[in-house]
Design a protein around this ligand. Structure first.
Ligand code: UD1
Length: 339
């Protein structure tokens, strides 16, 4: 039985990935310091998977604590590294905290790979590395654009750290560039837990429809798109989670031309903000109050993935529809007041 460490394993994508790994017979260890989630996510994971993974409450940016954790785990087959700060606006206010945390944890984990290059690593990257791409859909070989925020920079430089480390120390890794992961597990036992006012579209929609927030502000109505609102590639979190399992298995099978490969995780189809609102109302029967507001600084006009490389290399495609994303996100939202 292979052991896989999932860092940020109690977070949104980490918890869904833990469930999929457990379902495929891996021994799963979670590392999470609860900086942006809650301990009871472990109960949700356990109730879906039928087994309770080990959880270590560790700050991976602390080199001593990180090393102690890894030494205690013995022979690790792989690490799926989600643990990172991820709020764009906050990263502008606290850039040093973002660099310390996101680079510190990555470098500490790579120190382990340098000593044990047989251990494979999956890194959470983002489509934010492409900025406003010159052509759509976005292929993995599209140029990386100057980062709009310290958060975005941690993803770009994180990929460079991987490549430099792999070149020097002979380990292998995959960076997965997520487009817009949304939704929740269909059981509604795990999902997204935004602390405070959600900055991302779908958690704001579900909280607004639940009466916890005012009307949704649709940022900008004069973009050069089919209805004037921005286009994004929204992808169900379970599809994203499955891609991590396939990426790990690609590394375990020794496939891959380069020591560090990158793959887009998107559906290949873009949706406007208004289309997301309509999908939400259609899939849930709930009504959403919304109004137009000025553009949000830093937003790109349109981003959606070319999915061919992931299909060929990972044998993976997103299968869940936007309506399923909305239905699952809403079911999850409705369980939250009881928690
Ligand atoms: C954002 C980040 C991105 C990060 C990702 C995951 C920015 C500029 N980008 O992506 O770097 O990787 O989250 O955390 O913050 N929208 C509204 N009203 C709202 C919220 C959003 O109209 O209240 C619109 C946005 O203008 C955008 C779309 O919804 O067009 C999606 O926004 P969001 O969910 O924040 O994702 P991104 O901006 O694509």
């Amino acid at each position: 039985m292979k052991t896989v460490l999932v860092t940020g394993g109690l977070g949104f994508i980490g918890s869904h990935t833990a469930v999929e790994l457990l379902g495929r017979g891996y021994r799963v260890v979670l590392a999470d310091n609860l900086s942006n989630t809650r301990a009871d996510v472990l109960d949700g994971i356990a109730s879906i998977a039928g087994q309770r993974p080990t959880w270590a409450n560790v700050d991976l940016a602390d080199p001593v604590a990180c090393r102690a954790l890894l030494q205690g785990l013995g022979d690790l087959a792989g690490i799926v590294h989600f643990a990172a700060h991820k709020a764009v606006g906050e990263s502008v206010q606290k850039p040093l905290a973002y660099y310390r945390n996101n680079f510190g944890s990555l470098v500490n984990l790579l120190d382990h790979l340098a000593e044990r290059p047989a251990c494979r690593l999956i890194f959470s990257s983002s489509c934010t590395v492409y900025g406003q791409a010159d052509s759509l859909p976005i292929r993995e070989d599209a140029p990386v654009k100057p980062a709009e925020s310290p958060y975005g920079n941690t993803k770009q430089v994180g990929e460079e750290i991987l490549r430099d480390g792999a070149r020097a120390h002979g380990f292998r890794a995959i960076a997965l560039r997520y487009f817009n992961p949304i939704g929740a597990h269909p059981t509604a036992r795990i999902g997204e837990l935004p602390l405070g006012v959600p900055q991302n579209l779908v958690p704001f929609i579900t909280q607004s429809a639940a009466g916890l927030r005012g009307p949704l502000k649709v940022f900008g109505n004069d973009y050069p798109t089919r209805d004037g609102t921005c286009v994004r590639d929204y992808i169900h979190v379970v599809d994203v989670a499955l891609a991590h399992v396939y990426a790990l298995e690609r590394l375990f099978a020794g496939k891959g031309a380069d020591p560090v490969e990158t793959f887009n995780l998107g559906t290949g189809a873009g949706s406007t903000v208004l289309e997301v609102i309509h999908a939400f109302e259609r899939a849930t029967g709930a009504k959403l109050q919304w109004e137009f507001a000025p553009r949000r600084p830093g937003d790109v006009v349109a981003a959606y993935a070319d999915t061919q490389k992931a299909a060929a290399g990972l044998g993976w495609r997103a299968e869940r529809t936007l309506d399923q994303c909305m239905a699952d996100a809403w079911r999850w939202q409705q369980t939250l007041p009881g928690k």
